[in-house]
Design a binder for this molecule. Structure first.
Ligand code: HEM
Length: 326
């Protein structure tokens, strides 16, 4: 999302921009093509238009059977493996990774490669050499896959093939711009969703009465509201929407001068007591396998999340198949 006001613009690689750590500018280097979320119109409009058809409500809803099958297969795998296990790696991360790779038309075998590098890109306390290689590695692999798909872009009708047919070939997007967009998708599709699934599960495991209410609820509307609320409560993408003021802007009695960096704190807005007055509330014998105090929260990342979420349950209380997905 680029800036919606003309008075602030995404920072890209602006000199002197306040950085969260010394490794960030290195991790954020982009090989000459500015990522979609750092662009302003008209580039942003053109880049966004190239993807808009892929994320319509109807298109995303059409993915539901594929996502349900992924979720079922992962639950089957966990039940087969038996307790205890790490729900963060086995489920919270595996769901978005499987979905984004399937959408792009990339084999799941590559998940380790992409996941490791996506994690480095959003980390704030890295060795610079590691940080420096993450984006170029993803871009290079994207180039190879795109070149392969360009030989026959009708083979699977996946997102990458549609991008080739509808955007690259007609000249709306350069090859490198397409690689950059794909890179953004694969990075954005990893940590964000994995974090909220893990943290959402932690919230349910800590609040059995909310969990019970959601299990008993037949309306999908309630589940949708619960997800929205979890996103607000955890505010996982607190540090992503950085901007630079293009002109002097007044905000609650403070003047932000042109050229100054703006690091909006999403978590503060999402927990503004003037707007949000309560937390809405919402799995059978699933529970934390370790004391809460031992849960490892991530420190030093752009996204707030968990390193691991060890859970356990009574082995005879799990269910297999589609009924376990709701
Ligand atoms: C819970 C999950 C997610 C959260 C909380 C989240 C949050 C955000 C936020 C806050 C931004 C704005 C960044 C800015 O303005 O600088 C953003 C942008 C973006 N996100 Fe996500 N995201 C999530 C999942 C995803 C997924 C799964 C994808 C792709 C498959 C994705 C793709 C993008 C893209 C392409 C942009 C840039 C859009 C633009 O500049 O117009 N996100 N996301």
């Amino acid at each position: 999302m680029a800036s919606s006001t003309p008075s602030a613009s995404p920072p890209a690689a602006k000199e002197g921009y306040p950085q969260l750590s010394t490794s960030r500018p290195v991790a954020a280097s982009t090989e000459g093509v500015i990522p979609i979320n750092y662009t302003d119109p008209p580039d942003h409009t053109r880049l966004r238009r190239a993807l808009i058809k892929e994320f319509t409500v109807a298109r995303v809803q059409s993915l539901q059977p594929m996502i349900a099958a992924v979720v079922d297969a992962l639950i089957d795998g966990m039940l087969e493996a038996g307790p205890p296990l790490d729900l963060q790696s086995r489920f919270a991360l595996a769901v978005p990774t499987s979905v984004i790779l399937a959408m792009l038309g990339i084999a799941y075998d590559e998940h380790g490669f992409f996941h490791e590098r996506a994690g480095l890109v959003v980390s704030t306390n890295l060795d610079s050499a590691l940080a420096r290689q993450a984006q170029p590695d993803i871009r290079a692999r994207m180039r190879e896959i795109l070149r392969e798909k360009e030989k026959n872009p009708e083979a699977h009708d996946d997102l990458m093939e549609r991008l080739i047919r509808e955007q690259i070939r007609p000249g709306n997007l350069s090859h490198e711009e397409a690689c950059s967009l794909l890179q953004s998708l694969v990075i954005a599709g990893h940590e964000t969703t994995a974090s909220i699934i893990g943290l959402g599960m932690l919230l349910l495991l800590r609040n059995p009465e909310i969990d019970r209410r959601l299990r008993d609820e037949t309306s999908t509307k309630t589940a949708e509201q619960a997800v929205e609320e979890m996103l607000r409560y955890w505010s996982t993408t607190n540090f992503v929407a950085f901007r630079v003021a293009l002109e002097d802007v007044g905000f609650r009695g403070v003047t932000i001068r042109a050229g100054e960096g703006i690091l909006p704190q999403v978590v503060a807005a999402n927990h503004d007591p003037a707007v949000f007055t309560r937390l809405p509330k919402r799995m059978p014998t699933l529970r934390l396998a370790i004391p809460f105090g031992e849960v490892e929260f991530k420190r030093g990342y752009l996204t707030h999340g968990l390193h691991a979420l060890p859970v356990t349950w009574q082995a005879d209380c799990g269910s297999t198949g589609a009924e376990g997905t709701r």
